[in-house]
Write a protein that binds this ligand. Structure first.
Ligand code: NAD
Length: 386
């Protein structure tokens, strides 16, 4: 078992800890926090060893009646890998701590790219992180775009990508964020920082991005236009994307018209915290004009990076032979791709095997997403509309 320490137990950290806990090959070495709050209470309730990360050590936790297991240094020493989920910019101040203990460390997208050897997305560049000492799991938006671009690049080639990112103003717990009643170009400068961040994963990709912020806490929404190097049909693109385990093609029949219903759907489906680990692509938005592909996708900012952190742990520790194996193992344990009605093309259905594996159809690659779970069978599969 890999012992994984989580430094910073907030929005991302608590989800990563819960995701580590359900992996067959990992265990939580502990979680570290600076200050006691409801999340520290949850950590203790869930049985995680809580380590003190602030200068005052255990004192603030003692005062709040929360028992600590030691200091963050002790947690790092006891960990095979540390996932740093402290607020953006704080992670880099912890880099020496991890290096002092020779403990491989994973940072988050709030850090600048030079905090780590590799900017990581499991689908796009898993192998570059294998055996590295440090990796940075790219931001929620960059993760969402990387998952989308990887199969498009492999199957059709990408000449140029243009994305407008309509971003949530803050997370539900971020009571101080906004806007409350406005629509902001954010940043006003073009391109926004998102394009260069995607290039930390795809160095040669031509991409322009524009950012906006709107008063919602639900999800980000991306308006995507990709000029491809070849001209597939929209159906072929839907099949390609539908075969990816971390891309959920929202069937038209579900009547999901926005992030609110998406979150409601995943809560109904029994997802922990209503988390949506997958990119959610509106199937009927997938449109091809010549070589230009258009689509809308929604990204759950609190959730999509969670499976990527699990894969990054495996990559750094060199415990899994391939990206596909790690992604499959993570997805199975966490439930990624499960419990949601899947897009499925006719040929894939016809060729499916008795044990529920579908080899995919035109341009698709065999992968875990083609496994149709019992719950999906119960819900019924949705056919490509073409
Ligand atoms: P958060 O503020 O919700 O949680 C951070 C946690 O770290 C808090 O529990 C805080 O008490 C603790 N902390 C603060 N300083 C610390 C220190 N020195 N040592 C140990 N713990 C400390 O932040 P978050 O939203 O979980 O973001 C964490 C990272 O993940 C950031 O880099 C962020 O950019 C990135 N990220 C966030 C989101 C998102 O939507 N929230 C999405 C993707 C990536």
């Amino acid at each position: 078992m890999l012992h994984v320490g989580i430094n910073g137990f907030g929005t991302i950290g608590k989800r990563v800890a819960d995701a580590v806990r359900v992996q067959p090959d990992m265990t939580v070495a502990g979680v570290a926090k600076r200050s006691p709050n409801f999340e520290a209470t949850i950590a203790v309730d869930r049985g995680y060893d809580l380590f003190a990360a602030g200068e005052d050590g255990a004192a603030p936790f003692d005062a709040a009646g929360l028992r600590t297991a030691g200091t963050v240094r002790e947690m790092v020493a006891a960990s095979d890998v540390v996932v740093d989920t402290t607020p953006g910019g704080v992670g880099e101040t912890n880099a020496d701590l991890y290096a002092d203990h020779d403990t491989p460390a994973i940072f988050q997208g709030g850090e600048s790219a030079d905090v780590a050897e590799v900017s990581f997305n499991a689908r796009a560049n898993y192998d570059t992180a294998v055996g590295a000492d440090t990796a940075r799991v790219v931001s929620c938006n960059t993760t969402g775009l990387s998952r989308l671009f990887a199969p498009l690049q492999e199957s059709y080639g990408i000449e140029k990508a243009r994305v407008t990112l309509v971003r949530r103003g803050g997370d539900p717990g971020q009571t101080g964020r906004g806007p409350i009643n406005d629509t902001l170009p954010d940043p006003v400068e073009i391109p926004s920082h998102h394009g260069p961040d995607v290039q930390t994963v795809f160095p040669d990709l031509a991409i322009d991005t524009m950012g906006m912020k709107v008063p919602t806490t639900q999800m980000h929404t991306h308006s995507v236009n990709v000029t491809l190097e070849s001209a597939p049909t929209a159906c072929e693109v839907r099949d390609l994307l539908g075969a990816e385990s971390r891309l959920f093609l929202i069937p038209e029949t579900l009547g999901i018209d926005g992030a609110g219903k998406l979150k409601e759907y995943t809560r109904d489906a029994g997802r922990p915290r209503g988390d949506v680990w997958e990119n959610c692509i509106w199937a009927e938005s997938v449109t091809v004009e010549g070589r230009d592909l258009y689509l809308f996708q929604a990204i759950h900012q609190e959730a999509d990076v969670v499976p990527e952190n699990i894969d990054a742990v495996r990559a750094l520790s060199e415990r899994t032979a391939s990206a596909e194996q790690s992604i499959h193992r993570t997805d199975e344990a966490l439930g990624v791709g499960q419990g949601l009605v899947q897009h499925e093309s006719e040929p894939a259905r016809a060729e499916g095997t008795a044990d529920g594996w579908f080899p995919g159809s035109v341009n698709s690659v065999p992968c875990a997403s083609n496994r149709i779970s019992e719950s999906q069978k119960a819900l019924g599969s949705v056919h490509c509309p073409c």
